[in-house]
Design a protein around this ligand. Structure first.
Ligand code: NAD
Ligand code: 3PG
Length: 597
């Protein structure tokens, strides 16, 4: 199934190469982008199985709830292979369309490279995606989705459980009783009520921890540079600076993602700023704490106790000083491990992966724009228009011109923040790149692919008066600093210009250079410039008719009667080279180009 005939939504992720430029002047000289992508980075196209009759294959590399597995099986071949070594994963992946992991599998660049372009989606059955090389996924056009909500409560409950257990020495006392001791004085704890808890990272888990801690009578403050103050206020939590949070807290609970900015955010320097006797809970990621520094802070008495569910290396070495420390309570990354959370996560991720394999946009995508379904439905014909304008524009460029600067103009009566153009830009990029390279472009890798080629795409809005019922009036694509194989496509300002609109749900080409035309963007198009005179439509039409090429649409745009005109002819079939030559031989035809959509 060609991308041009797939649904708009499926063409966003499932894409098909469509090498298509053909012109009598330079049939094989395609315009070069600069710098060119090295061939090793080029990707093969895969048609997702929804458009073929075979089922896709999903590799489930870590234990997933049964409900999720069943959902996957309805749509795909499911290979549950746990505990694969990195090499085994790389070997298997070339046979898989999707991969589902939890936190225990490293989805490295090698995995994407080994997939040979077949892997279309990685599903992280949980929140943290620090085990997935997102940059590599994006470069390979592989969508990454996660299951961000189903384990929130489980993680928050585990954080609270660890905090309470730590404060009352539950784990240590349990071990002591089981060892035959009865040490009531040794395990006197501290109370939670009235204590200050600093929640570091006020996202989904952090907010739920804060809510519960307030219920326990704690004074809760939070630090999160990106959290809205009104959400914190609504829960009765004050947002404070990092330094204030760590300096005033009796308990610090970590709930931020592991990123370059948060790695080892608790270290010697920051421990030194804490209140003596502070207690630390970590159900986020081990890497946010410098674990050696934590041992030093425990030994120095700065940190009274720590309760840890996560570690820099999992499982941690058995002789880890931190794990063995008598004032440290540990669990083996159990935050998300409740029956309820695991069923929820399994369903959430299975639905996201199946949706992505069907070419739908995922609402939990991590490396692609998340566009609500209703917005996408409204944009659907414009998505198609955008890709086709990109395809047409680039095919008008003379070979060797080096496409670098593309300006896209959206004319709309909608307010700028009421029109999400990310999908449109991605589709224009796809249209610009695919006809002249072997790279496939989708919503995930469009910006990356453009950047790789030094292709600068600038966007501009024209705000129109009137009713904003339709999201867009027209889209214009201009390519600057290039020569055209069809000189009439160059507008007054010296740029290749094509413009299109959606009419009755169908994308139309409405302007080429300075010439107004009107041809529906279906099939392919022949553009001819001729001297405006009677009989031209008939002459070209009869050449095509003799060759059994069906004309779907014809439109003539002219500057003035009997002067130059551009004729746009929509054709269902691709005319042979001989047919195109016969059109070129018609005396009044000054130039023409065949463009494949
Ligand atoms: N132990 C487990 O089994 C378990 C279970 C669920 C989640 N988690 C982990 O918990 C963490 C939070 O998960 P979530 O679902 O709440 O994610 P989330 O994205 O909803 O929240 C993370 C919050 O951290 C904030 N943040 C980012 N950088 C920060 C910084 N430098 N300082 C302070 N805050 C910062 C973000 O603004 C966001 O509000 C993640 O690391 C996740 O992987 C662990
Ligand atoms: O980020 C998460 O969702 C948690 O750390 C859970 O990880 P898990 O799926 O490996 O239990």
């Amino acid at each position: 199934m060609a991308a041009t005939t797939s649904t708009a939504a499926s063409s966003l992720l499932a894409t098909k190469k469509n090498l298509s430029s053909l012109s009598i002047t330079s049939a094989n000289k395609l315009p070069a982008f600069s710098p060119l992508l090295t061939s090793s980075r080029r990707q093969r196209f895969i048609v997702l199985s929804a458009s073929l009759n075979s089922k896709p294959t999903v590799l489930v590399a870590e234990k997933l709830g049964e409900a999720g597995i069943n959902l996957l099986k309805d749509f795909a071949n499911v290979d549950c292979s746990y505990n694969l070594s990195p090499d085994e994963l790389c070997t298997k992946i070339s046979l898989c369309d999707a991969l589902i992991v939890r936190s225990g599998t490293k989805v490295s660049r090698e995995v994407f490279e080994s997939s040979g372009g077949r892997l279309k989606v990685v599903g992280r059955a949980g929140v943290g995606i620090d085990n997935v090389d997102l940059a590599a996924a994006t470069e390979h056009g592989c969508l990454v989705v996660n299951a961000p909500t189903a384990n929130t409560v489980a993680a928050a409950e585990h954080g609270i459980a660890l905090m309470a257990a730590m404060a009352r020495n539950v784990a240590q006392a349990d071990a002591s009783v089981k060892a035959g001791k009865w040490e009531r004085n040794k395990y006197v704890g501290v109370s939670l009520v009235g204590k200050t808890l600093a929640v570091m990272g006020f996202g989904k888990v952090g907010s739920e921890v804060a809510r519960r801690a307030k219920g326990l009578g704690m004074h809760v403050i939070a630090h999160d540079p990106y959290a809205p103050a009104d959400r914190a206020r609504a829960i009765g939590v004050e947002l404070v600076s990092f330094d204030e949070a760590i300096a005033t807290a009796d308990f610090i609970s970590l709930h931020m993602p592991l990123t370059p900015a948060t790695a080892k955010i608790l270290n010697d320097e920051t421990f030194a700023k804490m209140k003596k006797g502070v207690r630390i809970v970590n159900v986020a990621r081990g890497g946010v704490i410098d674990e050696d520094a934590l041992v030093r802070a425990l030994d120095a008495g700065i940190v009274a106790q720590a309760a840890l569910d996560v570690f820099t290396v999992e499982p941690p070495p058995q002789d880890s000083k931190l794990v063995q420390h008598e004032r440290v309570t540990v669990t083996p990354h159990l935050g998300a491990s409740t029956k309820e959370a695991q069923e929820g996560v399994a369903i959430e991720i299975a639905e996201a992966v199946v949706g992505a394999l069907k070419g739908e946009l995922a609402s939990t995508s991590v490396n692609a724009p998340m566009v609500p379904a209703e917005v996408l439905t409204e944009l659907k014909p414009f998505v198609e228009l955008a890709e086709k304008l990109g395809r047409l524009a680039v095919q008008l460029v003379s070979g060797g011109s080096g496409v670098k600067d593309v300006k896209v103009t959206y004319a709309s009566a909608r307010a700028p923040d009421d029109l999400d153009t990310r999908v449109l830009r991605a589709m224009i990029t796809k249209g610009l790149i695919e006809p002249i390279s072997s790279v496939f472009v989708n919503l995930v890798n469009a910006d990356f692919s453009a950047k790789q080629r030094g292709l600068r795409i600038s966007e501009e809005r024209i705000l129109l008066d009137g009713s904003p019922e339709s999201p867009l009036d027209f889209i214009q694509v201009q390519i600057a600093n290039v020569e055209s194989k069809f000189a009439s496509a160059i507008s007054e300002n010296g740029e290749i210009k094509v413009e299109g609109r959606v009419k009755d749900g169908i994308p139309h080409l409405t302007k080429v250079g300075s010439f107004e035309v009107d041809v529906s963007l279906e099939g392919s198009i022949i553009l001819c410039r001729q001297v405006d005179q009677p009989g031209m439509i008939g002459k070209v039409g009869s050449v095509l008719g003799v060759e059994n090429v069906n004309v779907s649409f014809m439109s003539v745009g002219r500057i003035a009667p009997r002067k130059q005109a551009v004729m746009a002819i929509g054709v269902d079939e691709q005319p042979s080279k001989e047919t195109l030559k016969k059109i070129g031989d018609i005396p009044a035809i000054e130039e023409f180009v065949f463009l494949k959509l």
